[in-house]
Write a protein that binds this ligand. Sequence first.
Ligand SMILES: *Cc1c(COP(=O)(O)O)cnc(C)c1O
Length: 958
Amino acid sequence: MSLNIHYKEDFQNRHIAPNEADTAEMLQTVGVNSIDELIEQTVPTAIRLKQPLNLPAAKSETEYLGALKQTSLLNKVFKSFIGQGYYDTITPGVILRNVFENPGWYTQYTPYQAEIAQGRLQALLNFQTMVIDLTGMEIANASLLDEGTAAAEAMFMQYSTRKSQAAKKFFVSELVFAQTIDILKTRANPYGIELVIGSHLDFVATEDFFGAIVQYPAGNGEVFDYKDFAAELHNQNIKLTVAADILSLTLLTPPGEWGADIVLGTTQRFGIPMGFGGPHAAFFATKDEYKRSIPGRIIGVTIDSHGDYALRMALQTREQHIRRDKATSNICTAQALLAIMAGFYAAYHGPKGLKAIAERTHGLAVSLASTLKNLGYEQLNSAYFDTIRFDLGDLKGGIHSGCLDNEINLNYVGNVATISIDETTTFEDIRLIARIFAKVKAVAADQVEVIEDVETVIPSALQRTSAYLKHPVFNSHHSEHEMLRYIKSLEAKDLSLCHSMIALGSCTMKLNATAEMIPVTWSHFGRIHPFAPADQVLGYYSIFNELDKWLSEITGFAAMSLQPNAGAQGEYAGLMVIRAYHHDRGDFHRNVALIPASAHGTNPASAAMADMKIVVVKSLENGNIDVEDLKAKAELYKENLSCLMVTYPSTHGVFEESIIEICETIHANGGQVYMDGANMNAQVGLTSPANIGADVCHLNLHKTFCIPHGGGGPGMGPIGVAKHLVPYLPGHAVVDIDKGKSISAVSSAPWGSASILIISHAYIAMMGADGLTNATKYAILNANYMKARLEQHYPVLYSGAQGRCAHEMILDCRSFKAFGIEVTDIAKRLMDYGFHAPTVSFPVAGTLMVEPTESEPKHELDRFCEALIAIKEEISEVENGTLDKVDNPLKNAPHTVAVITANEWEHAYSRQTAAFPLPYVLERKFWPSVGRVNDSHGDRSLICACPPVESYLEEIVP
Ligand SMILES: *Cc1c(COP(=O)(O)O)cnc(C)c1O
């Protein structure tokens, strides 16, 4: 027997689930002899790549992690005192392991199916409650992408709800963080909003302003009393947004108590690693009167079909899918996982623990400031929380190098330094800083006396007196066992990829391999400040360079911007790049965006944000773009055509043959082609956006490139562009990434949620060209196999010229309406079978869109098909009268354990039919934790914080 000593495990065999025998059977069912034959029939020859992708040879998991470890060591983990919105923090181990590193929390999608997402919904409700309490506001959402984009959303919300159309000015305090001002510039520009940047102390409120924003504490560390400023604004009908530091609000009077209309910020320092910029959850809180204009998602309390407490996403009619070009925001994916972690962090520490952390942080700042002053340094701020500011004069050089020698980063602006203290700072740290400052004044280390006896320097008028986090959820889980069990009890209510496939069309719920996830929490990636000096972050640079190169190869484009931190942000960034290109050529009038009727709601929402006029292109009966209509409209608007936004393969799951002609038509009329890359999983290695003729494309790395969805974020939406658009890719106010004619920033951090880019880097490195191409082929095979199994039972809407679907398909459920069965009933009934529903009613109302991905094995596809087939039989029984029209398992779905085990059972079908409709269900039953949620009940009276319970009447004063 000869032995293969060069054998190595091939990662693609872990990622792509079907084995050889399964593949053979599936091909037979589909009716082709080989995968390549299927691909021939599916992807039009004219758009196929001629060459395989040029990517490095695939690495095994072990090889990759070994190499990445070396790369990570190129990052230098210095103690960060840089601040400016990013602070080192301690992720409690119980949260790190059981949430951040746990697929039971990170693999879910947005909680569209509330009955099997109650755990995540509760955790997000906790987050909202925390934000409402700490800010002193009335209502909060379940996270936004980052502080800067939250500020832009606030500005726009105030702009769109302004009383006077003539008010076009927005005041920005010059002490707002630089990256936030940069994003405000980007966002203000298309609307013609004039930003007036200056000192709030000199500001004179006039009618032509609609809003203002200040930072609290300010960017220079100073804690201002903005009360009179707020009153003056309100006298002129001007609304005030406050960007606030979440930790400081445990000690400072919350903005809600002195006149803020919107309070936002980041919750990063509540246990989320800096990660070189993200991901972190921004918060956004406002007054109840704005509940219909607030961006992002809101979790609300309602009741289920039994009248019991249940949660769901509230006010769904606000979703940009429905509002389209009337949408006030394009936010879809936000930062659910990080919001959940921040909420758990608050629950674990409780009001007393948070206050103790804040007091220590503040105390160390006071101690260091006093010590430095005693050494003769001039402090430039007097009322502060965690950030002290010193004029170093001509000692700056010595201090700077002394700090670097001791692996310490301060924030320098000229000869002035700010030092931000955080949760991780110790007494030893500030003693070391004091000694460095002493040394340049020739004071010996042992002569430095660090002041230990300190008092707060927060003015008494700004010291918080109101209680917060009184709800039991923040006062019950302070021991690790209690916290562990609380986390696990919530996790158990959520169906995730740990349980079964989640075939959400357009969402690509594929494997998030453990090897891809492991590095994210390495400290050499986690503890890096986004504004750390370039020579300390060479590991990250190496990863970005490779990822840029690889994604450029995959898309066929010249370069990528890794900045946008969600797909919709990528759309916005791409459209702003197109806009900048036209403007640069003097074509200021080019502002028409053609968008097919079937487009995802974020497309028109993003186009509206880029101040484009949206012209809808019709679809044909077969779902394809109506090329004649497109040509007519491109001609009609040729003078003003900016771009076409097109999803490929289409949102109907079809490779349209006409795409090349479509792109040529747009170009011939002076427009650019923006491709929505959400369906990239059907393209990689077979075709590419550039090959098809697009100029820009965003990639949802949280779809095709394995970043887990986290229950509604994080995600990343980098954009690739053709050569002529490279100079316009987003820049950044703090870190120089300028490409020549860069637009201003679209995210707070230069590389967005940098730390999760590693996941996509890992995926590409371990799959290699061959693996990635096979993934696409198997995604298409799996979809066509399901189509073959399901089409006798459910009509499949739309297919390609040869009857094939791409990586997803639409099942038409509209005819069941005739006998009372809605598509929602099928979605809920699937829960009884242990499955999450596919995408409901997008892009066609009354349908299910199924996307299996390459990571699902045949037997899982079979289980899912069998569930859908069994449900179809139940529907037939309703149709033929065997089952009652009202009292049937579909209408009553999902069935909870309480319902099944109750002493009373009054339904015309059996308990077994209700809960164990197929033999396999018994093997691993997943119980929905509530009955069907009542959406309208909750929307009538919106409750978006943990409701009071009897047991917490006694006040817990932190
Ligand atoms: C998911 C998706 C988007 C939006 O991406 P986010 O990352 O959620 O912002 C846009 N277009 C299509 C077709 C999508 O499926």
